[in-house]
Design a protein around this ligand. Structure first.
Ligand code: SME
Length: 165
């Protein structure tokens, strides 16, 4: 499996690369019900597949607190631990249940700068089979405007196929 995760074997074009990585994620996670294992695997496989990713991971809904996210499995530099619903890009995605694509994080009201090198970001809400919000997937890039409709389409598809089941 690991040998599939290098530039030699993954397609260069972004959409095709997402399709290939999505298939690999599904194959690796087949039969594994543990949510932490599923999130850790998605974060690792996405992070190692795309050069425009700088920070890749999950903020999970904390069942012990009202409307608060707590950091989950991730790849990257130290992330902040907790984010209230409505705060920053992750909190906005959680509160609105809508994917946020932010070309310039410094222009986003209330953006939480965990690492000043992050320049743009996409955050995708994660729902379970019952339609309940369980987490958000946060991907940050050092490049401005690194994420477009292709990233959104494929990340939403991978998240739905991995967690809404
Ligand atoms: N940028 C995020 C905070 C999380 S970190 O970037 C890891 C936000 O504003 O939601």
């Amino acid at each position: 499996m690991a040998e599939a995760f290098n530039d030699l074997t993954l397609p260069a074009a972004k959409a095709q690369r997402y399709a290939a990585v999505g298939e690999e994620i599904a194959a690796v996670l087949d039969g594994e019900p543990n949510l932490t294992a599923r999130m850790a695997t998605v974060a690792s496989m996405l992070a190692s597949s795309f050069d425009h990713y700088f920070w890749t991971g999950f903020y999970v809904v904390d069942p012990t607190r009202d409307d608060e996210l707590v950091v989950g499995p991730y790849q990257g530099t130290l992330g902040c631990l907790r984010i209230a619903f409505g705060r920053g890009v992750c909190g906005t995605a959680a509160a609105t249940r809508e994917t946020q694509v932010v070309a310039d994080v410094h222009a986003f009201p209330g953006h939480i700068a965990c690492d000043g090198r992050s320049a743009s970001e996409i955050v995708v809400p994660v729902f379970d089979a019952a339609g309940a919000l369980i987490a958000v997937l946060d991907v940050d890039s050092e490049q401005p405007a690194a994420f477009d409709g292709t990233d959104r389409l494929w990340l939403e598809k991978i998240v739905a196929e991995t967690f809404r089941r």
